[in-house]
Design a protein around this ligand. Sequence first.
Ligand SMILES: Nc1ncnc2c1ncn2[C@@H]1O[C@H](COP(=O)(O)OP(=O)(O)OP(=O)(O)O)[C@@H](O)[C@H]1O
Ligand SMILES: [Mg+2]
Length: 303
Amino acid sequence: MSTSFLIAEGLSKKFPGSRGKPDLTVFDDVHFTIDKGEFVCIIGHSGCGKTTILNVLAGLDTASGGNVLMDEREVSGPSLERGVVFQGHALMPWLSAKKNVAFAVRSRWPDKSNKEIDDHCQRYLDLVGLTGSEHKKPSELSGGMKQRVGIARAFAIEPKMLLLDEPFGALDALTRGNIQEELKRICAATSQTVFMITHDVDEAILLSDKIMLMSNGPHARIAEIVVNTLPKNRSRETLHKEPRFYAIRNHLVDFLVSRSKRFSEALPEGYDPKNPPLVTPGVEPTPPPVPPVEFAKVVNLRN
Ligand SMILES: Nc1ncnc2c1ncn2[C@@H]1O[C@H](COP(=O)(O)OP(=O)(O)OP(=O)(O)O)[C@@H](O)[C@H]1O
Ligand SMILES: [Mg+2]
């Protein structure tokens, strides 16, 4: 039996056609696993079904086929064991930053006292760098700060799994970089298990342990899984100096630019959707072991 924390088995999603149009199978035969503490990114073209997969993992949508096991239990319906950060921050505009976080924390632990909830929320707001802005309403916060409230809220419920849908898509480059570093630090410190959608290949290489490449729809699949072989302590400053960085980056860009379409037109020979190929761009293949010299041959040579 597999020991993976999350197992997605044979997921498919079909939307019924309307006004005489045929049904749309967005993706099918999607299999992948995520280990505990692993940070996994998924990239693929717009419309291939990434958000739909995230919603299925979150229990906010149901797959047409297949199932998801998290911590050995089938995912059916939303749960406070999973924290979701949506692309739009989805805050309650009439509540302060802290009260937005507190609302989720109170739902998770209804028996905590007001003081305990306040301390707990403060800890997570401090963690994302919002000390001093706790009492501001979303309208008084910048886009980056609102996004941090969303992240603090997702972290504060201490979910077993964090699901992030392009969480930094709408941010300027500087804020985005700072929050990426914060997220990386928090995830490493708490061994958080993460599934994240991004369109940004550099972000995927900075943050993730592995990057799933999704082919174009309809009938999109997990085409490949790229293993991130860069050192764990990589940062935005050091990333582009890592010897394998460009090999990984070029591999991802090449997939998005040409291979994702080719993959959808014809599945590569030997492709098994249950075991998408694991690739390590830039890593030289290990040479085959040298066969042991037979004793008889050594004797012959000497003769
Ligand atoms: N309720 C629905 N009814 C019909 N089709 C839908 C519905 N919801 C999503 N789709 C279709 O499913 C496909 C996948 O949508 P999804 O939002 O998962 O894509 P995505 O990979 O997240 O795209 P993006 O990168 O643009 O966010 C799209 O083609 C979309 O039009
Ligand atoms: Mg999406």
